[in-house]
Design a protein around this ligand. Structure first.
Ligand code: AMP
Ligand code: MG
Length: 486
């Protein structure tokens, strides 16, 4: 790895040096060769045992400057002034083959300065979940951290029960979070906030540098990317599950795949996470929460926005108002795409809302509804109709949708094709992930894991071999709860 570690060069209080704690018997479960190539890793003569040693933390590669990043965060609305990487260690940064700076981070590699009472470890199940879901997000074209490697440690971690341990290596545009700014804001360390903001501009938002108000443009740009990201989640039924400010990446990538889940049957209030008792992070709450998180970032940036406090607040409020007004527009435009509409009509929003209401009443599968609507677009509406209990309602809706599509000069074939490019056939279904984890943990069988990885790698294609992965869970397969497993 050709490291160039810019974060390590920031002032001392930004991080704490941290060496991975070796594990007993590392075994390589997965290694993402295409990603490794993208990152310019030189792998000649590097066998699996060596990869397992590196990506478990047993061997620290040359040029790495392992550290744990400092951050704070609002967890379920409560501010915690000191969180930090308690079980993650940043090895360093590399410049990839198209010039992007990328973080390489081990997660589950042992305690750091920030571990508090935690063991710094990860259980193998959540490691596999993160690997699958983050790579599935990438395949869906949604910004997300990537998974480079998964290693079983050969050690047990103690959770509610004893579980096999794992380490996942994650690659991110950076691991800077809203909570990183909050860490310094809580300490009234304006100098560090400015240093961090300048660093983020340099690394992620270079255009802001030349603006009249660079920090305002920075805030605006971060808000825009967050808005875009959450909108993309909504389009595929993704529920992040822990949108705490320490899990909001400044780069606009999806990060931290703890209790996340793709919903099966449509329910706007859907919550999976076992720890989200109040439903704070329910599916439909995500846009509002994203805005709330950006408000927390804006508070940190106030001292940089303007010398005059009132002006600074006005500028920040402008960004939040923009978020609130733009989100529904962006959402509607995404939904138009899912319905195969290429033009705008005032009645479109109602058309979308009526479909969602029908879907909720019939508890139909979110992903399959839209995928079967693609079939309806090129002539076969039977599968779509067959999903609804309220058949009359479905027929009425279909005829309105058809009438709407006929007002556009797009051929059936082109419309169906465009729809199939935005409505996935395959998502990483919760029940499949549970099967993967059970096989890995109970039988040390990783075949299902690799199979799901292959099935979710081309989500917009219907591949006969992977048909089973496109199916919704049967009654007894349904998953109601997910666990972050920390
Ligand atoms: P997360 O829920 O993964 O976003 O983590 C929230 C905070 O808890 C972060 O500061 C983590 O580093 C810390 N944390 C989570 N699990 C562990 C663990 N097993 N050991 C130490 N710290 C942890
Ligand atoms: Mg986190």
């Amino acid at each position: 790895m050709h490291f160039d570690n810019s974060y390590a060069r920031l002032p001392e209080r930004f991080s704490a040096a941290a060496l991975p704690t070796p594990v007993r018997a590392p075994q390589l479960i997965a290694f993402n060769r295409p990603l490794a190539a993208e990152l310019g890793l030189e792998l000649d003569g590097v066998d699996d045992a060596r990869l397992a040693a590196i990506f478990s933390g047993n061997v620290v590669p040359q040029g790495a400057e392992p550290l744990a990043m400092a951050y704070a965060g609002h967890q379920f609305g409560n501010f915690v002034p000191k969180l930090g990487d308690g079980r993650a260690i940043l090895l360093g940064e590399v410049i990839d083959n198209i010039g992007r700076r990328r973080d390489i981070q081990l997660k589950g590699s042992g305690p750091t300065h920030f571990s508090r009472r935690g063991d710094g470890r990860a259980a193998l199940g959540p490691v596999l979940r993160e690997y699958i879901v983050s790579e599935a997000m990438f395949a869906l074209g949604i910004p997300a951290t990537r998974a480079l490697a998964a290693v079983a440690t050969g050690e047990r971690v103690q959770r509610e029960t004893g579980l096999p341990g794992g380490v996942v290596t994650r690659v991110a545009a950076s691991h800077i979070r809203v909570g990183t700014f909050q860490f310094f804001a809580a300490r009234e360390d304006n100098e560090a906030i400015k240093t961090l903001a300048d660093y983020v501009i340099e690394r992620h938002y270079p255009d802001a540098k030349h603006a009249e108000r660079p920090y305002f443009v920075l805030l605006q740009s971060i808000a825009e990317r967050q808005r875009e990201l959450v909108c993309r989640w909504m389009m595929v039924g993704f529920i992040h599950g822990v949108m705490n400010t320490d899990n909001v990446a400044i780069s606009g990538e999806t990060i931290d795949f703890g209790p996340c889940a793709f919903m099966d049957e449509y329910n706007p209030n859907k919550v999976f996470s076992s720890i989200d008792a109040q439903g704070r992070y329910a599916y439909n709450s995500q846009p509002g929460i994203a805005q709330w998180n950006i408000a927390r970032l804006a508070e940190c940036l106030l001292p940089l926005l303007d010398e005059d406090a009132d002006t600074a607040v006005d500028l920040a409020n402008g960004v939040l108002a923009e978020f609130a007004s733009q989100f529904p527009k962006r959402w509607l435009s995404g939904m138009r795409g899912k319905l195969g509409l290429t033009t705008q009509d005032d009645a479109d929003e109602q058309l979308v809302q009526d479909l969602l209401a029908l879907m909720q009443r019939s508890e139909v599968d979110f992903t399959l509804t839209f995928r079967r609507l693609c079939d309806a677009a090129d002539g076969d509406a039977e599968a779509f109709r067959g999903m609804f209990i309220d058949l009359a309602g479905a027929d009425e809706w279909l005829s309105r949708w058809r009438a709407r599509t006929w007002r556009e000069s797009v051929t059936e074939g082109d419309r169906a094709k465009a729809m199939r490019a935005v409505n996935p056939a395959v998502i990483p279904r919760n029940h499949r992930i549970e099967e993967v984890i059970a096989a890995a943990v109970e039988d040390e069988d990783f075949a299902p894991f690799h199979e799901v990885l292959r099935a979710t790698a081309r989500p917009f294609e219907e591949v006969a071999e992977f048909a089973v992965y496109a199916q919704a869970p049967m009654g007894h397969e349904r998953v109601f709860r997910t666990f972050c497993g920390t």
